[in-house]
Design a protein around this ligand. Structure first.
Ligand code: ZN
Length: 250
């Protein structure tokens, strides 16, 4: 069984299209949330992910953009983008977003999907102490797949302690992948990275594929039509920073 793992698409249709055309054959999609927010193609991104055979967890932007939670905790740029998105979404898209399940969602034996963490859907797992809490809250999970930070990689707990997973790539231009072997007895917190707004210094769209026969998680980075995504953001009147940050992956 192969699962394509997508997170933080953020209404970037150009990145999503590149990911779907580069993705190897798979049986199911696990979508870790934040389909919308920031980017200029919220309706198109929802139509596209709805066509995939997916298990979903909702993200904080999904909640905010359909009106389930207030925008008070958003910074001014995120808030402006969420207000713009609310105005764009059709009634049926809003209803679809508001019905997305809250994580953790179990997707297989010992496999759990969350947006932020099993502690709370809005928590950012950025350090080993965060990871300790996140795995503790997902008792019985061998692998907890998470998003929200927009940083590809994660954390591993072995008998000797914890270490950080950071995929290594040789360029920042071509399509590349990095394999992480998955071993029994070790526990994992793994983030496929963000499809539509990477923040790990690599502008390329990020995703991952879980393969239970090979027992690997394959991380991918793929180039996409960045200029077009930026132009759409600017011509929509969204904050300029949302276009410029895509070029540097921050
Ligand atoms: Zn996000």
């Amino acid at each position: 069984m192969r699962a394509l793992i997508l997170s933080d698409v953020h209404a970037n249709m150009q990145a999503l299209a590149a990911v779907l055309s580069a993705a190897p054959a798979h049986d199911i999609v696990w979508n870790l949330g934040d389909v919308v927010g920031y980017g200029a193609s919220p309706n198109e991104a929802i139509v596209c992910v709805r066509e995939l055979n997916s298990v979903y967890v909702r993200g904080n932007h999904d909640r905010a953009c359909c009106g389930l939670t207030s925008l008070d905790e958003f910074n001014p740029i995120a808030r402006a983008a969420a207000e713009w998105t609310q105005a764009q979404l059709s009634q049926s898209k809003r209803a679809w977003l508001s019905a997305l399940p809250q994580g953790p969602v179990t997707v297989g034996d010992g496999l759990v999907c969350v947006h932020g963490s099993a502690v709370d859907e809005d928590v950012y797992v950025v350090s080993v102490p965060d990871a300790v809490d996140a795995l503790q809250a997902a008792s019985g999970a061998w692998i907890e797949f998470f998003g929200h930070t927009h940083v590809q990689g994660g954390f591993v707990r072995t008998d000797d302690g914890w270490y950080v997973v950071q995929p290594e790539y040789s360029s920042a231009a071509d399509s590349e992948y990095y394999d992480l072997p998955l071993r029994p007895g070790i526990r994992y917190l793994l983030n496929p990275g963000s499809v539509g707004q990477p923040r790990d210094g690599d502008w390329r769209a990020a995703f991952a594929v879980y393969d239970d026969e090979a027992s690997t998680l394959r991380f991918f980075r793929v180039p996409y039509d960045l200029e077009r995504a930026q132009k759409k953001i600017l011509s929509a009147g969204l904050p300029e920073r949302l276009a410029s940050r895509l070029a540097v992956g921050q």
